[in-house]
Design a binder for this molecule. Sequence first.
Ligand code: IYR
Length: 222
Amino acid sequence: MAKQYNYVNYSKASFPESEMLERSRQFYNWMNERRTVRDFTAQPIADEVLNNILLTASTAPSGAHKQPWTFCVVTNPEIKKQIRIEAEKEEKISYEGRMSDEWLEDLEPLGTDWHKPFLEIAPALIIVFKRSYEFMPDGKKRQNYYVTESVGLACGFLLAAIHNAGLAALTHTPSPMNFLSKVLNRPENEKPFLLIPIGYTTSDCKVPDLKRKDLSNIVVRY
Ligand code: IYR
């Protein structure tokens, strides 16, 4: 039988309602400034900043607290170049035939294409892998739970931490992305989930002037 956790006291910090109102408003305003960007400078990111961002991502809740994620951080120019070459190979095939007309039409306003220079320019690429199971010391496999949900949550925390640090990111999903397992030599229990270039924005960085849905379009109250 597995041993139970030792339960410890937890006193959640809270705030008077007026302060809560102000904090929630400020946090929303701050998060609403986060944008997905594709224009990065090559300026490197301090290791300690990267580590704090990754530790924040790993505070996300996960099924049975398995933390079923691996974050590969690539700063090596040769490996970034290899990733760009492989990603562009797949993206070119996707844009030139694999993606449906409807999908291409939906992407038209964003103006994306198969060229991915940011994969080489951004100072760091965080490649998030999901771990569907673990190898036990005796070599047996042990399942993880709600892996997609857990890793999705960790990625949300990761993006918030990147934004909070004053850095920008792109949630990139080259498709298919199994080439990442090969390039990064990952074990078979890990599957690529998201490729996140991270860095500083260029001075002439542009983002689409898009609007976010308002409350009435995202919330149903009962
Ligand atoms: N993965 C491709 C296509 C793409 C798909 C979606 I959905 C986007 O929001 C943006 C791009 C690419 O990265 O270009």
